[in-house]
Design a protein around this ligand. Structure first.
Ligand code: ZN
Length: 442
């Protein structure tokens, strides 16, 4: 193990043990513990370090190496320090133990994304200590509250202190997977929009002892849920999806079906791998997932109000009108009993592919994955990259994983049980960040 690999392993173990668990409440997370640890770790390098804490405990850290050439771009390595909660009963190891077992570090955040937050810090510290005097500015941003939407983290800082993190290029989580047979490496260039809606279904209250032909809001809500799940919005095949399918090297008929808007739904239904089917469906459709329902007051009262909360995810280019039209079509003749309100709304975001950052990744990656080419990919979830894309920055999800971390493994460990990462992936990411930063702004 080289010094840097030992360092990143150790740092990741510390970050996992800090257990900055974000359950969505303002008092959770308490990322100041990892921010302090990272500040102490980077503090010996003479880098400029600034901390931001919009509410107690939710501390984010910005460290920078100022560039020599004001014309050269600024690149930001952004890693979040918070993690999602665990169900400990499902784990084979202590989720916050940070144990190193058979070449893997175990614990919540090992994949999402303390592995990268740690490898970015090790790369930045290594560059600073080796007297790196870049043309462009290098920013390291260890950010709080990604897992609850960034209100006390990236959203807050990009709204109130954008100068601290202003960048042309941003690198963060969710890329760097080597697709079998090992020739293509994913770069996440975009993410779907979040359009959470509450559907309030109304009826007429009455006595539960005489239900015949009643106007029961719960019965109508059940039908609304059924229609939402059966609804087939028009499919859309983006250039990103087309390029991704091409890179997978699937049987010709499957590949053709996955990029044909008229056949993609049925092709998804015919796939053997349910996880890939769900991803393929989500990458080509606006999705509707009714996930919360509240209604009724008493067992003997026919309910007059039921709320259904629907997690809707929109593709790049889908407007609020498109969402409303799809909901209308899905609900059909029940529309007069349903009113829709917005719970959360964030547009899908997308960075272009042919950029200086892309070219730089393309030059650097073959040193780690021989003969590899890059393939763009859209993530169906949300990341802090969107706040930077909204500011006009090019933001990609990257990192570099060993072939052991397949897309399926990656996806199942994300927020799942037994989250862990192999030390080889930590080594690859750390060395790749150093090479990439040198190539891009050195
Ligand atoms: Zn994450």
């Amino acid at each position: 193990m080289t010094d840097l690999t030992g360092e990143v392993t150790d740092l990741l173990q510390h970050l996992i043990r800090n257990a900055c668990v974000n359950d969505g409440t303002p008092g959770s997370g308490q990322e100041f513990r990892s921010a302090d640890h990272l500040e102490a770790y980077l503090g010996t390098t003479g880098m400029e370090i600034e901390a931001y804490e919009p509410i107690a405990g939710r501390r984010s850290l910005v460290a920078r190496i100022e560039g020599q050439d004001p014309e050269a771009p600024t690149v930001c390595l952004m890693g979040h320090t918070d993690v999602v909660p665990v169900s400990p009963a499902g784990w084979r190891r202590d989720p916050f133990g940070g144990e190193l077992v058979d070449g893997e570090v175990w614990g919540r955040g090992a994949i999402d994304m303390l592995n990268l937050t740690a490898s970015m810090a090790v790369a930045v510290r290594h560059l600073a200590r080796s007297g790196f005097r870049p043309r462009g500015t290098l920013v390291y941003f260890a950010v709080a509250d990604e897992e609850a939407g960034g209100h006390h983290g990236a959203e807050w800082i990009t709204r109130h202190h954008y100068d601290a993190v202003r960048s042309e290029f941003v690198l963060t989580e969710s890329g760097g997977i080597v697709l079998p047979p090992g020739r293509c490496v994913t770069v996440t260039t975009g993410e779907k929009g979040v359009a959470w809606r509450r559907l309030r279904v109304t009826g007429t209250p009455g006595h539960g002892s005489m239900p015949f032909a009643s106007d029961n809001a719960l019965v109508k809500a059940a039908e609304v849920v059924r229609r939402l799940v059966a609804y087939r919005p028009r499919a859309r095949v983006t250039d990103t999806w087309r390029a991704y399918v091409e890179a997978l090297g699937l049987p010709e008929a499957t590949a053709a079906g996955l990029v044909d808007p008229d056949r993609v739904w049925d092709t998804c239904a015919s796939l053997d791998d349910p996880r890939f089917a769900a991803m393929a469906h989500a990458c080509t459709h606006m999705t509707f997932s009714p996930n919360v329902i509240h209604g009724g007051v008493k067992t003997n009262v026919i309910p007059d109000v039921v709320d259904i909360d629907v997690d809707i995810r929109a593709l790049p280019g889908d407007s609020a009108d498109d969402i409303a039209r799809n909901l209308d079509e899905a609900v059909g003749d029940l529309a007069s009993s349903v009113s829709v309100s917005i719970l959360q709304q964030a547009e899908a975001t997308d960075s272009p592919v042919r950029t200086q950052l892309w070219e730089s990744i393309n030059r650097v990656v073959p040193a780690f994955v021989p003969q590899a080419s890059l393939v763009p990919r859209m993530t169906t979830g949300g990341t802090d990259a969107r706040f930077f894309r909204e500011k006009g920055a090019v933001a990609y999800g990257f990192g570099l994983f060993s072939p052991e971390v397949t897309y399926e493994e990656f996806a199942s460990r994300f927020h799942g049980h037994d989250e862990r990462v192999d030390v080889e992936s930590l080594r690859l990411s750390t060395e790749m960040w150093i090479a990439l930063v040198r190539d891009l702004i050195g």
